[in-house]
Every structure is written in structure tokens, then in C-alpha cells.
Design a protein around this ligand. Structure first.
Ligand code: UD1
Length: 398
């Protein structure tokens, strides 16, 4: 399944003959953020399908540690620069038929104290891209924007007495008592997590989430006004090869892999029973390619997840098993400001469009671990947790 570049071959999705571009026509496509973890896998797949691909990427220091990654696709044109620079964007858009906008700052905790950087690169960067697109003579045929499950805040729940509910965050008092599970805002009983659909009201709980909501809404409103087919995909928790193992602001799966590789116990917030929906990057790419060719998805936002909840504690256990390590789990009895308890995708809408996730979690984790053996992983988690503590963004129970 994998190769030494941490690549893979995606499965064809419903109705797509293998090797043929979904639209039947090969296009010239710009991928912003195309040197990153998700972007680079997307680039490989687009090239494989016969498209001409250009990447605009700032080679963010926190992700790439000042080096060009080894996995860059040799058949792709790379421009190094920032989405906020209209000159760079103008250059990047020359002759382009379709745009995937993936460039973004992605650290949730960090976004709470580096507000300007997140609002600038994510929200303003998107505005610069859209304004520059307006100045192009040729209209693009598709815009696909990377949105995020973070815009929901808490996921959906069901209460035995009150039925389906969409609660906001848990109170600080409740969390200080280590009463972790969500309670029904009406009757106070424990609520059970339920699949989160696109209809759920959006309750952003971080600056990062606000900027992701900005990116989604800016693109959809702009696309509607100028009749540019636009699709927003709400990524759930993505994992896989090429994920930065030295960026402490990346997702929990990569953070745990980095800890275990360095023979350090995974640090677990709350009690470890909080759940997320982990989607393998090859499945995510399948969803991204689907959005390019499927006209019925235009003008709308879709969850892109697997629909399967997995507990944070189980990720640590699975990784310890695959790495053959016996390390204790460090359950901190602490919680991070803005963390949600449960969120997993209702995938009905994107399944109807033809999406079928195919990688099982343990299989995807094995692939991540195998790839990680050849990668240096600098574990900076304790330092980044201290950063949060210093700013009162990590709390301890009483
Ligand atoms: C957040 C964003 C998501 C983004 C992802 C990666 C929200 C609701 N979602 O997801 O859009 O793609 O970050 O940037 O904001 N945890 C530990 N130990 C650790 C690290 C994390 O126990 O060392 C726990 C967290 O407390 C949390 C869970 O693991 O309960 C998941 O955390 P994380 O991977 O940071 O992602 P999300 O917060 O789900």
C-alpha cells in the first residue's frame, strides 16, 4: 500500500474508471498548501489522474522545519510563497482551471494566543485569493475549500428524555469536577454522542475554528455570487503518512506516535474516553477528488469523515501495540480550553455523492507507524503544553 515517499494509490470511487480524470478532461489545477501533509497526497493523486498541477505553499517553519520535504512530486510546479501576497497569488493563478484551497495555519491551541497570525493567514489569505480570482480574465471551473469539523464545536447528542440535542460547551465547573461527559442542557441527564450532520448549528470554540468558518463561508458566498462552482469539505481528524511528527500543534494521532517513538508515554487529557472521527488521508483525498468532478456537490458543504467514533485512549493503545512498546498512559486529569468531548461525522450526505471510506483505523495506523520508522520525530509536546499552561489554557481538576 505505501512507498518510501509515504505515498499510496487511492481506490477509484463509485463511477470513476481508474486513471481517468473525474471530469473526463484534464485540467490545470492550483493547490494552495500543496507541500503539506494533506496537500501533497492530493497533488500525487491529481498528477496520477493526468491533471497539470501547480502548488503555492509557504513552507511553514513549524511544519517543515525550514526544509523542503523529500516527498514533493517531481511532475508538479512549485511556487514558494504566502497566500496573503496578491502578487504571488496572481502568478500562481495564471492559466488555472480549478483551485483547491488548503493553505492554513492549523494549531487549535496556538490560535488562542497567536490570533493575528491565524486570522491573517486563514481568513485574510482566503479573501486575497478570492479577490485575485476576480481579476483573472478566465473564470475558474471549480473551487474546493478545506473546511473543518472544528466549526461545529461540540458534536450532536441524544438525551433519553429530551431527544436530539445540540449542546454548547461543558461548563468550567463541570470540568473541574472531572465530570467529563456532556449533559443535556434541558434536564441535566447524561447525553449520548450521535453522528453530527451538516445541519447542526455552528458553535466555534477556538480562533482556529472561527477562521475555518470564515474560509468556508467566504468561498461559498463568493462562489454563489459569481456563479463559480464551489464546494466546502469539513475535514474530520485526518491522519496518515507525511503528517508532521515534530509539530506539537498537529493532531493527537501524530502527537502520540511521536511520543511513543521517543519512548515517552502519551499524555492524555480528560479521561481518554473522548471520541473523534479519524479519517485516513487516502480516503480524504478520495473525497477531495470527488468534489472536483461532481457537479451535484456545488454550492454546498459536506462532512468528510468515516462516521466511526474512536476514543483517544484507544489510539494510544493501538499505537503502543503496533510499536511493540510497553509504556504507561499518562492520564493528566487536566483539560484544554476549547476542547470538545465528542464529535463524529454523519456521512449520509457525502455518501450520497459517491464517497465510500475504505481504510480501517488500525490498518491506517500500521501504515503511519511503518513510515515513521524512517522519520525523525522531535517530541515538543511538553513544551507546547507548558505554553498553554502559561496562558491559562490548560486546567487541572479539583
Ligand atoms: C482539532 C480541530 C480539528 C483539527 C485538529 C488538528 C476542534 C474541535 N477540532 O481537533 O479541526 O483538524 O485539531 O489541528 O477544534 N489529546 C490528548 N493528548 C494529546 C493531544 C490531544 O489527550 O497529546 C486529546 C485532546 O484533548 C482532544 C483529543 O485528543 O480531546 C483530540 O485532540 P486534537 O488531535 O488536538 O484534535 P481536535 O481538538 O479533535
Amino acid at each position: 500500500m505505501g512507498d518510501c515517499r509515504g505515498g499510496f494509490q487511492t481506490r477509484p470511487y463509485k463511477g470513476q474508471p481508474q486513471g481517468v480524470a473525474p471530469t473526463g478532461v484534464n485540467m490545470k489545477i492550483l493547490v494552495t498548501g500543496g507541500a503539506g501533509f494533506i496537500g501533497s497526497h492530493l497533488v500525487d493523486e491529481l498528477v496520477r489522474l493526468g491533471h497539470k498541477v501547480r502548488v503555492l505553499d509557504s513552507l511553514e517553519e513549524q511544519v517543515h522545519q525550514g526544509r523542503k520535504p523529500e516527498y514533493l512530486n517531481p511532475e508538479t510546479e512549485y511556487l514558494w510563497g504566502d497566500v496573503c501576497h496578491s502578487q504571488k497569488i496572481t502568478q500562481a493563478l495564471k492559466g488555472i482551471d480549478a483551485v483547491y484551497h488548503l493553505a492554513a495555519q492549523v494549531g487549535v491551541g496556538q490560535s488562542m494566543y497567536e490570533l493575528q497570525r491565524y486570522v491573517r493567514d486563514n481568513s485574510l489569505g482566503t479573501a486575497v485569493l478570492l479577490e485575485t480570482l476576480l481579476k483573472q480574465k478566465k473564470k475558474i471551473r471549480k473551487l474546493v475549500v478545506a473546511s473543518s469539523m472544528s466549526i461545529y464545536g461540540e458534536g450532536m447528542y441524544g438525551c433519553k428524555t429530551c431527544g436530539p440535542i445540540t449542546p454548547k460547551e461543558r461548563s468550567l465547573d463541570q470540568l473541574r469536577r472531572a465530570d467529563w461527559e456532556m449533559r443535556c442542557p434541558q434536564c441535566g441527564k447524561r447525553a449520548a454522542p450521535a453522528p453530527t450532520s451538516e445541519e447542526k448549528p455552528l458553535y466555534c470554540s477556538s480562533v482556529y475554528a472561527i477562521t475555518k468558518k470564515d474560509q468556508e463561508e467566504l468561498c461559498l458566498v463568493w462562489g454563489k455570487s459569481y456563479q463559480i462552482p464551489t464546494v466546502a469539505l469539513r475535514f474530520f481528524n485526518v491522519y496518515g503518512t507525511r503528517q508532521s511528527l515534530s509539530n506539537p500543534y498537529t493532531g493527537v494521532a501524530a502527537i502520540f506516535a511521536s511520543r511513543i517513538k521517543n519512548n515517552r508515554p502519551p499524555i492524555i487529557f480528560e479521561d481518554g474516553l473522548q471520541t473523534r472521527d479519524f479519517i485516513h488521508v487516502s480516503d480524504l483525498v478520495q473525497g477531495l477528488v470527488l468534489a472536483l468532478g461532481n457537479e451535484k456537490m456545488n454550492g454546498d458543504a459536506f462532512n468528510l469523515g468515516t462516521g466511526e467514533p474512536i476514543a483517544v485512549m484507544d489510539i494510544a493503545k493501538i499505537l503502543l501495540k503496533i510499536y511493540h512498546r510497553e509504556l504507561p498512559l499518562k492520564i493528566m486529569n487536566q483539560f484544554r480550553a476549547g476542547d470538545i468531548r465528542h464529535c463524529f461525522a454523519d456521512v449520509t450526505k457525502i455518501r450520497r455523492a459517491g464517497f465510500v471510506p475504505g481504510v480501517r483505523f488500525e490498518e491506517g495506523m500500521r501504515q503511519l507507524v511503518e513510515w515513521s520508522h524512517g522519520i525523525k520525530a522531535k517530541d515538543k509536546v511538553e513544551r507546547s503544553t507548558q505554553e498553554l499552561q502559561k496562558r491559562n489554557l490548560v486546567f487541572t481538576t479539583v
